[in-house]
Design a protein. Sequence first.
Length: 468
Amino acid sequence: MESIVTTEPTPMPTPKEKGRDRPSHPDPGPRGRIGWIVAGSLATGLVAAVLLAGAPFIAAEERAVTGAVLCGFALGWAMLAVLSVRFTDQPQRWAVAPALLMGLGGLLLVGVGAPVDQVLDWVWPPAMLVLAVWMIVCVHRQLPSRGGRWLLYPVIVMLALASIGGGYQTLGEAADAKAYPMPGQLIDVGGHSLHLSCTGSGTPTVVLEPGAGEMSSNLGWIAPAVARNTRVCVYDRAGRGWSEPADTAQDGAQIAADLHTLLARGHVRGSYVLAGHSFGGLYVLTFAARYPDEVAGMVLVDATAPASAANAGAASSGHGGSSDGLRRVSALVSTSARLGLGRLYGQFDFGSLPPRSRDEVRASVATASMLRSTIDEYVQASASMEQAAALRDFADKPLIVLTAGSGHDAAWSAAQNRLATLSTNSVHRIIDGATHEDLIANQEDAAATTQAILDVVASVRSPERLVR
């Protein structure tokens, strides 16, 4: 007899039961997480860089702020390596390499500073370029995630471009140092050294003060012409030209004090005829207010006007009124010059100066210290204008005010007229057709500036008053 085997039918799950077997949200899985990890790591690095750059334990100077930013980026790369290994099946162990390179460089800049700075200028660009190429290869081979790739490729390309720019800048600075040796001498004024160059002979000695963001070579038309008649000295303020950067804020009072020390230690005795262009006018006014017995005459070349008498008594907070935050921003922005950006800008300007002076200015503009010094100068503008207002009476000492006839409004002209009232022996000359910069950079208009300086020199030498 055949046995009959019966089986129980398999119950079909109800729709409600099917829903219990599935998760309410699909699991992205290891591959789905990598894109988020890449994005989160890059974002973390950026945020960490910003926070560390503003941290109070980081000095507000270019090397330290740059080092802090590198440490922040290093943290982002380290997170990418660790999280991708821990939470995905696409480990990105190569990210340890940029983390180590940036972290080590950042720590050296923050902890050691200047001694290692020049070494890193030479080592960092080729090392980063090689690393960037290797990183692109690793990403291509080890990161199937399209989103992760498109997040990383632009960052790595930027690192490659930065390394090329950094190498260009380092090689350019080395070539400039050989091509444009420093004239004159470096003199320690207390914590940093300033460049001073004196030519010609005779008294009184003329001291030329360049304008905002400028250096001694910007006066390439004027200094040699004045030197044919008397002794003339040019110098570079801290951080520009051949001068070293300073740790202290460079407002008008500090600049005047440094210039006074520079002249004394350089054995340049007064009395002086001071000539200041643009912002340089603020500094010579402050110098004359602080050391009146050493100043015999003055030329203000389209000078920035001091603060009004109503505001002159208000002291800025801190030395020079520069906030810590602004100093940190200034330090960070100046780092861009280390990537060759300033060198590119310098090729398109200063063509009206004598060729040698033009090339020296272009070389100086390309440096990070020059950019930092220029930014700080504008940060200190309010304090410098207040300090310059301390000179309210130049007695009967010869004073010539030169004003560019083009590019100014009525307010500027009125301020120039007020400057001419500082002395009872003054002349206000308007140079028709000249712009602000033409008065030093254009050969013909610079000749008018030279003549004004020589007229003041002649008035100091004789009892005759100035004539128009």
